[in-house]
Design a protein around this ligand. Sequence first.
Ligand SMILES: [Zn+2]
Length: 373
Amino acid sequence: MFEKLLRKVYVPRESWWKDWIKIDEKEARIRKFAGKEDWYVLPFSSCSGIASKNRRQEYWRPAANLRAIAREKPLAGFFIALDPGHLGGKYSKMEGRHFVIGEAAAVKEGDLALLVAKRLSKRLRGLGAKVSLVRTRKKPVTKDTPKTLRKDAEAWQKRIEGDAVPTQTKKERKKMVRRRGEILFFRSSEIMARALKVNEKLKPDLVVCIHLNAAPWPTPEKNSLVERNDYHVLTNGAYLGGEIALDNQRLEMLVKLLNRSHKDELSLAECMAQSFKRATGLPAFNYKGPNAVKVGEVAGVWGRNLMANRLYECPVVFLEPYVANSKQVFARIQAGDYEGVKEVGGKSCVSLVEEYVDAVIAGLVAHAASHAN
Ligand SMILES: [Zn+2]
């Protein structure tokens, strides 16, 4: 089981893990620190009774146990955390999740994700689930700001410069350090604060991360929309060689592998992919590079190593439906959130937010129902 998960999900290339993890019939040995011959020995248990006795108690409960206690309502007993991606609001430009076409209103992924999460939380409670939002406003969870992280940004800049003679002007360098402070704020610090909230405070049974995908812009002016439109769903997996070589990521990968969150992650991701396919009629997106691994049998379900799906210990899926800068989706975003159906771009449809919410609910109910026995 350990080896199967390692090879199929977490580190698909043997050359990437063989210097860090050694496996024989009885045990796995894991290098504790880069450059040191200090190994953690993880004995395998051939007897499942012993294995379950030695298992760490996780804060989340697998779907198989939860469905058994759900009675009248399909999601009773499930504690679901919804994580609206990014920050939105006044941060959307800084985090690069913002675009404007002509005179139209700006598209901010963080704001759309929050709108979906708020609508979802109401509907899911109606189905018996307990629901928490990891982010409830267009504001960060972290208390840090780009300013408080200035020292770390400066250290990062120095690490990159090394002993090389600086080629940029003082002004350019200052600008660069400021940008590094921003990245440390909205990426590292914010995700770590959310992970702390999920693992230490909320302790949900699963997390649904709400995003909208975007395609690379065809022109540098970022003003012409694309035709491509699709969906995909992510589980944690596909650690690259350089990532498994980092002591912290190697440990975090092992936490995910050993707590068996992949089983529920895959079930949930497959149910979500199927429900998004039905709700949107879109094709599934396929990765081509080594940064993603195909997991399971359902189209559109991939493993990727993202900071949030690595740090949240419980099962977590990333939803990446819709290409926000496609002609079709842009028109639907501009049409706003409305009741009932409307004609948008020659097609009669419910609002994008409503369609997103419906698909997530269908996915969650199918995931719960598939564990009915
Ligand atoms: Zn996103």
